[in-house]
Design a protein around this ligand. Structure first.
Ligand SMILES: [Zn+2]
Length: 333
């Protein structure tokens, strides 16, 4: 979709392990605007079928309230197959998600084409279009929370790779002999910078407590955040060296640590980046908060349009996502 096309409304759904968020965005005169939003608790206990049904219900309610929606996008907390519209592996949602159709049934419920996008890529797309990444040609984004999500934008577009997995900045190896990571590798950036490892590094029960204690001057917490910030800085320095982005956008709950974490990261970036001018790279915190995922999903659906999305079936027909096109998930991922 080019910015010159007429105004349109687009639905975004963000599937989280705790909350299912929705938003309706409008695209007019090349600018994006969120019109409305809301959230409900995700029906986790019902498993994948109940959750997919809930995506359809919440989406329908939003579309009744905001008529004229022509596309939808769903933010997925993990890996998916963009061709079949099925999930492959979700980190924090229990149930048999491997090969589970999502885009097909949601599209059937809503009557509009539906495209899936990884939630970190959705965050990045939203920040790029109407948040802290506005105006950037190339951007690197990280979400710091339960895990470390990543996104890379080049030439004003989020780079998806062939299967939507591009930009997994959190799973670059920072230390070859480092601690285990949920992806199956060792020494990933996420293995140092995810919330529970931050807490561990600071000797606290949670990452939030680590930040609180550090603010109060607790030495162990300050040292822990500095160590984690250093790893974070190495990871970001690698990305700056490879991408040479205009902006680096840091989001997620842990970003609230601010300079306690980003200060050491900045120092490390200044030490490690030798090939490009670090002063030309803006390191900023995200602007859209917890709604970035839903907003980015809506924009992704809009930009994919009918091509690249799973189309809504004709009335009375059964949705049939492409069978046999689901690649086998790689081990441990
Ligand atoms: Zn990993």
């Amino acid at each position: 979709m080019s910015p010159s096309e007429p105004a349109g409304r687009h639905l975004g759904l963000d599937l989280g392990a705790t909350n299912l968020k929705w938003t309706v965005v409008e695209h007019a005169d090349g600018a994006w605007q969120a019109l409305d939003r809301g959230q409900v608790l995700t029906r986790v206990a019902g498993g994948p079928d109940a959750i997919v049904a809930q995506l359809g219900e919440i989406g329908r309610e939003a579309m009744v309230r905001w008529p004229g929606v022509s596309t939808a996008g769903v933010g997925i907390p993990g890996l998916y197959d963009p061709v079949s519209g099925s999930t492959r592996f979700l980190v924090n949602l229990p149930g048999a998600w491997d090969g589970h159709p999502v885009a097909g049934p949601v599209s059937a419920a809503l009557g509009v084409p539906v495209a899936l996008i990884n939630d970190a890529r959705a965050f990045g797309l939203a920040e790029l279009r109407l948040g802290a990444g506005r105006g950037a040609d190339s951007m690197v984004g990280l979400t710091l929370g339960t895990g470390v999500g990543g996104v890379i934008a080049i030439d004003g577009r989020v780079h998806q790779g062939h299967d939507g997995t591009a930009g997994e900045i959190g799973h670059q190896t920072i230390d070859p002999d480092g601690p285990s990571c949920n992806c199956g590798n060792h020494g990933c950036l996420e293995a140092f910078a995810r919330a529970d490892r931050i807490a561990e590094a600071c000797g606290t029960a949670t990452a939030e407590e680590a930040v609180e204690r550090a603010r109060a001057g607790d030495r162990a917490a300050l040292d822990g955040l500095e160590r984690v910030g250093r790893y974070l800085g190495i990871g970001i320095a690698n990305m700056i060296t490879v991408i040479s982005p205009d902006k680096v956008v840091i989001g997620g709950g842990i970003a609230a640590a601010g300079d306690l974490l980003l200060g050491p990261a900045r120092d490390e970036i200044a030490r490690r980046v030798r090939t490009t001018s670090v002063s030309a790279v803006e390191l900023v915190t995200a602007e859209l908060g917890t709604w970035a995922g839903a907003i980015g999903a809506a924009i992704h659906g809009a930009e994919q349009g009918p091509i690249g999305s799973i189309p809504a079936p004709a009335a009375g027909s059964v949705p049939a996502p492409a069978a046999g096109s689901v690649p086998a998930p790689s081990a441990g991922r």
